[in-house]
Design a protein around this ligand. Structure first.
Ligand code: GTP
Ligand code: MG
Length: 642
């Protein structure tokens, strides 16, 4: 059997989870006031290009996505009457409809990409209410799970046809309201005449007089287009009992009139005033939604994006002294729609920035247990990779499982570096990996921080050259940045300079002038092992070796001199604080040599950053407290004056 929209339903359910259906809709959603025909946005060329290139690599990582979300329609109320043995005409017994399914959003640490989301997400429709006071089943709620660090933007267009449509809808509602007002007044007048006639008739009968029969009033003419509008709106709003003729029934007309007034006043309110829809809905109607989900959302308190359609009311709701058996119920409210754009800006505490092939991924492998792909060609990494570096009380850190992974014996930064050891043989590595570290059971965790390996930057990335600036976005979120340069390349200083230019240009484009550069905390001079050819040599013995070692020293010296210059310049410009000096660590990520020094530096950097954040939070709290006290003092002063 074919099911309607099987693709959407299935994928939406797979990617989302249910919420407990324990909510009550206190307010009605405006009828058909949300735009349904949302246009496909003009996706920028840049996102399409980089997305396509990434797909070529077979990657299913998606960090930008736009999707349509719709909340479900509410179910109609039931029209039914109770039947029972010896009770031929029971009371009205139609149950209320079920509310439409809402759409929620959760920033979850358990997802890292947007690839699991379908392009359209719909809340389930509410079921209609039944007889015997049975309420309809509520529509299924949808929860969109996105990675922590996602920026959510609502997209709105000023569509002229949409505005015209809404204006036409409102005009129709006004016509219908006019017609209903006239009809109601007419019915009430007839009712009053009927009551008066009956009274007079009773009195007359008592006195034995014959009373003239009741004369109906002439129908008050309602303009035809208004009458038609009323018919149409009636169809949208009400469910009628079969064969019920309610069009001139005063109590029905009264209910109808009230409902129409309510709808009209709500439509008027939404155009001017700020309205709060539900407790968790943060934005006002005027401002498009904007969320920056930097922290995980608690599962108990998901963010409401769209509330489901209002449930219809069953016929017992309309029971009154005048009308003991109302033969109508209301239909459920429409759901709402929204178009959202998601952008994941994931970032660890430390971000690695470098040219392609500089060895960033190798470095992440050396520092953490993350295993990004490493290969000897550019653009191996196309998406950011995260790893966690854990420091233990016995001065070891997670990541390389080798006995040299201790940071106790590295007292100070070496000014020079040359490789002295050979790569361990396979047998050695196996031996190391199987023998557990003796201290492993006793050690405790001291510090833990995340490192992000970003895709390589090429000159003019900030102008969308190469794979574009889509990758620079992940750098924005890192609180500290580290440049990784290949010391064996022809001109490491030149590489560093172009990295700086890219970062500066990107920051300027994003309105973060000088901010990203100020976050640079160090430079890693990678592939230092290539100067010395990885063997323990006596430099005096081999002149070629000595030349190579000298070249390494020279390049490192130049790099350091350049970095000192940059540091001084930035401090003068006010981008950098004087205590944030830029360290330079020569190392070999591949051989995992000298990485301990880097870990030590990173740990200090991270600790300093965390301390700063904490101080800023304390400062903000103190200011708030001061402000509160000042306001209270002012209030006290005002009170005492009275
Ligand atoms: N000799 C030597 N080679 C290294 C070192 N670090 C990385 N490499 C090699 O350099 C090449 C590139 O390494 P990757 O880690 O993939 O470089 P990347 O910076 O992540 O490159 P992209 O992902 O393209 O940006 C690989 O062949 C590595 O084996 C090192 O310290 N010494
Ligand atoms: Mg890489």
């Amino acid at each position: 059997m074919l099911v309607a929209r099987p693709f959407f339903r299935r994928t939406a359910q797979e990617c989302t989870c249910r919420l407990s259906p324990s909510r009550y809709y206190a307010t009605a959603a405006p009828i058909a006031s949300t735009s349904k025909e949302l246009l496909e946005p003009a996706k920028t060329k840049q996102t399409r290009k980089s997305d396509w290139k990434r797909r070529q690599e077979g990657s299913n990582f998606v960090d930008t996505l736009s999707l349509n979300i719709h909340s479900g329609k509410g179910g109609a109320g039931g029209v039914a009457f109770h039947r029972e043995k010896f009770m031929a005409k029971g009371p009205p017994s139609g149950g209320p409809g079920g509310a439409g399914g809402s759409v929620y959003l959760i920033a979850s640490p358990s997802v890292t990409s947007l690839s699991h989301l379908p392009r359209t997400i719909r809340g389930g429709p509410g079921q209609p209410g039944g007889g015997s006071w049975l309420g309809g089943k509520r529509g299924e709620d949808m929860v969109i799970r996105v990675p922590v660090g996602t920026v959510v933007k609502e997209v709105r267009w000023e569509i002229p046809s949409e505005i015209e449509r809404e204006a036409a809808e409102r005009e129709e509602l006004e016509w219908a309201w006019d017609a209903s007002k006239i009809r109601l007044a007419e019915a009430e007048r007839r009712d009053r005449r009927w009551t008066a006639w009956k009274k007079k008739k009773e009195i007359a009968e008592k006195e034995g007089e014959i009373w003239e029969p009741f004369e109906e009033l002439d129908e008050v003419e309602v303009e035809e287009h208004k009458q038609q509008a009323l018919e149409r709106v009636r169809k949208q709003l009400f469910v009628m009992y079969p064969l019920a003729d309610l069009a001139s029934h005063p109590s029905f007309l009264y209910s109808e009139h009230q409902l129409l007034s309510k709808l009209l006043s709500r439509q008027a309110a939404t155009t001017g005033k700020k309205t709060r829809r539900r407790k968790t809905r943060i934005v006002t109607e005027e401002e498009p939604l904007f969320l920056d989900l930097t922290k995980p959302t608690p599962l108990s308190d998901p963010i409401l994006l769209l509330s489901g359609g209002q449930p219809g009311l069953g016929n017992p709701t309309f029971q009154s002294a005048d009308d003991r058996s109302p033969k109508y119920a209301t239909k459920g409210g429409d759901g709402e729609s929204m178009r959202l754009e998601f952008e994941v800006k994931a970032g660890g505490e430390v971000g690695l920035v470098g040219m392609p092939n500089a060895g960033k991924s190798t470095l992440l492998r050396a520092l953490t247990s993350s295993t990004p792909r490493v290969a000897s060609y550019a653009f191996t990494t196309l998406n950011p990779h995260h790893g966690t570096c854990v420091l233990y009380s016995d001065n070891t850190f997670s990541g390389p499982r080798s006995p040299t992974a201790s940071i106790s014996d590295t007292s100070s930064l070496p000014e020079t570096f040359s490789a002295t050891s050979q790569l361990p043989s396979r047998a050695e590595r196996r031996a190391n990996s199987t023998v557990p570290s003796p201290a492993a059971t006793e050690r405790t965790e001291v510090l833990r921080f995340t490192i992000t390996d970003n895709p390589g930057l090429v000159p003019q990335s900030s102008l969308n050259v190469g794979l574009g600036y889509a990758f620079l976005r992940h750098v924005e979120r890192c609180s500290a940045l580290v440049y990784v340069v290949d010391l064996s390349s022809a001109d490491p200083v030149q590489a560093l300079e172009s990295l700086r230019t890219e970062l500066r240009e990107y920051a300027r484009m994003k309105g973060l002038d000088g901010e990203l550069e100020g976050r640079i905390r160090g430079v890693v001079a990678n592939k230092a092992d290539l100067f010395g050819e990885g063997r323990e040599v006596d430099a005096d013995e081999d002149p070629a070796m000595r030349a190579s070692a000298e070249e390494g020293q020279r390049k490192l010296g130049e790099l350091m001199a350049y970095v000192r210059g940059v540091e001084k310049e930035e401090i003068e410009q006010g981008i950098r604080k004087a205590e944030d000096s830029i360290w330079v660590v020569p190392l070999s990520a591949k051989r995992r040599e000298n990485v301990e020094v880097l870990v030590k530096q990173l740990a200090e950097t991270v600790k300093l950053e965390r301390r700063r954040v904490q101080e800023a939070e304390e400062e903000a709290e103190r200011l708030l407290e001061e402000e509160r006290e000042a306001a209270l003092a002012k209030l006290e002063g005002l009170r005492s004056r009275r």
